[in-house]
Design a protein. Structure first.
Length: 378
C-alpha cells in the first residue's frame, strides 16, 4: 500500500537525485498559497496514488482533515475573487480532478467548431511545466516546452495561443490580439476570469476516483461545488465509470456530451513491428490502450509522470530498449514536443513516432448548440 507520507516530501529540484526512468515522481510540498496549491495538484497528477481510485483504502480517511482545508481554501478563493469580464465570450475546458482526461483534444475540437462558424478563437492556457509567466503569444517554431510548456506548443499549431499565469491579463492580451472568443485549456477552478461556458471533461475509465478532495482523493474541490460551476459534462470514451457519470449528470441536471479520442494517422507503420510505447501524460494507460486497439504489438510500456522533463538517461534507456527488442519507439504528441535540447534527446525525437489523436463528439449538434448559446451570452 502506498503511504501518503510519500506525497509530502519537498518538490524535487534539478539538483535532487534522479529516480529510475519510467518511475513517476511522487513529490509534494506543504500547502501554501494559490500558486503553491496549483503546483501541489500538478505534482500529484504526475503520479496519482492508487488509493485515490480504491474505495477500500484507509488513507482517504486519514487525510480528510487536509482535504477539508483544501476545499475550504478553494471556496474562499471563489467567494473573495471578483472575476474579470474581457468583453468577449470565454469557453473553459477543464476537469474536476487532478489528472489527464482529454482537455486539450476537447479544446482543439471546440476551436475547430468556432472557426467553422466564422469566429476567431484564441487559446488561453497557463502553460504548466514552462517558466514563462506571460502573457506570451506562443510561437511553435521558436518557443520550447521548457519555456512555455508542452500544451501551448500543440495548441499554437491550431490557433493563436496565449500563455499567462494571470488569466485576466491573458484574456486582455487575447482580446488585443483580435480574438472574438477565448478558449481556455484548463482553468475550471480559476475564479479570476468570467466564463460563458464551462465544460468538465471526465474520463469514462478513471471517472472521479473515490470522489474525495486532494490530498484524500483526486478532486480539486468538492464534487457538489464543482458541479455547480459546470454547464455540461463531457464523457470521454467507455469504461467502468461510465454509468456512474451518466447518473451524476442526470441528478445534477447537466447536459452530458459523449466523445472519444481517436488516432488521426494511419497505423500501418506502427503494426509493422513491435513498439516501445512511452508516455508522460496524465493517463498513459489510455495511450497504451489506443495502440492496442489499433492492433499494435507493444513490447514495453514505459510511464513517466505528467509533463515529465526527459533526461539523457531517459533517452539512453528508451533507445537501448528499442535496439534490444528491434522495436519502433512511439509516444504522444505532448511528449514529442518535450524531446528537445540535448543531443541524445534529439536522437530520441528522430527515432520516435508520435501518434496524433483528435476528439470526436458523438453528437456534434449538441456541443455546437452550447457553443452558440455561449457566443450569444458573450
Amino acid at each position: 500500500m502506498n503511504s501518503p507520507l510519500r506525497l509530502w516530501r519537498p518538490i524535487c529540484r534539478p539538483s535532487c537525485p534522479k529516480r529510475n526512468a519510467g518511475v513517476p515522481h511522487r513529490a509534494i510540498s506543504s500547502a501554501g498559497g494559490q500558486a503553491e496549491r496549483r503546483e501541489i495538484a500538478a505534482k500529484l497528477t504526475a503520479s496519482a496514488p492508487s488509493w485515490w481510485y480504491d474505495t477500500r483504502s484507509i488513507w482517504p480517511a486519514l487525510l480528510m482533515p487536509a482535504a477539508l482545508v483544501w476545499d475550504a481554501a478553494t471556496r474562499l478563493r471563489w467567494a473573495f475573487t471578483r472575476p474579470f469580464h474581457p468583453g468577449i465570450p470565454v469557453i473553459c475546458v477543464g476537469n474536476f480532478t487532478a489528472g489527464g482526461a482529454g482537455k486539450t483534444p476537447a479544446a482543439i475540437a471546440i476551436a475547430g467548431f468556432l472557426r467553422d462558424a466564422g469566429e476567431q478563437p484564441v487559446f488561453l492556457t497557463r502553460g504548466y511545466g514552462g517558466t514563462t509567466k506571460g502573457p506570451h503569444l506562443a510561437d511553435p517554431d521558436k518557443d520550447s516546452a521548457r519555456a512555455i510548456g508542452d500544451e501551448p506548443l500543440l495548441l499554437a499549431r491550431i490557433a493563436p495561443t496565449l500563455v499567462a499565469a494571470d488569466r485576466a491579463e491573458g484574456a486582455r492580451a487575447a482580446r488585443d490580439q483580435g480574438a472574438s472568443v477565448i478558449v481556455m485549456d484548463d482553468g475550471f477552478q480559476n475564479p479570476g476570469l468570467a466564463k460563458n461556458l464551462s465544460l468538465a471533461v471526465i474520463d469514462a475509465d478513471l471517472g472521479l476516483g473515490n470522489e474525495h478532495v486532494i490530498p484524500a482523493g483526486p478532486l480539486r474541490a468538492s464534487l457538489g461545488f464543482q458541479l455547480g460551476k459546470a454547464d455540461a459534462l463531457v464523457l470521454v470514451g467507455e469504461g467502468a465509470a461510465e454509468d456512474h457519470i451518466r447518473a451524476l449528470a442526470e441528478r445534477a441536471s447537466l447536459p452530458l456530451l459523449e466523445a472519444e479520442i481517436i488516432p488521426e494517422s494511419n497505423s500501418a507503420r506502427l503494426r509493422a513491428k513491435p513498439v516501445i510505447a512511452f508516455a508522460g501524460i496524465g493517463n498513459p494507460g489510455k495511450f497504451f490502450r489506443t495502440l492496442e486497439d489499433l492492433g499494435v504489438t507493444i513490447a514495453e510500456r514505459i510511464s513517466f509522470g505528467d509533463h515529465h522533463s526527459f533526461t539523457h538517461q531517459d533517452a539512453d534507456m528508451l533507445l537501448d530498449l528499442a535496439a534490444r527488442h528491434g522495436a519502433q519507439l512511439v509516444t504522444t504528441e505532448k511528449d514529442m514536443v518535450r524531446l528537445e535540447g540535448e543531443d541524445r534527446l534529439e536522437r530520441l525525437k528522430t527515432a520516435a513516432i508520435a501518434l496524433p489523436v483528435k476528439m470526436k463528439f458523438k453528437d456534434e449538434r449538441a456541443i455546437k448548440k452550447l457553443i452558440s448559446r455561449a457566443l450569444v451570452r458573450g
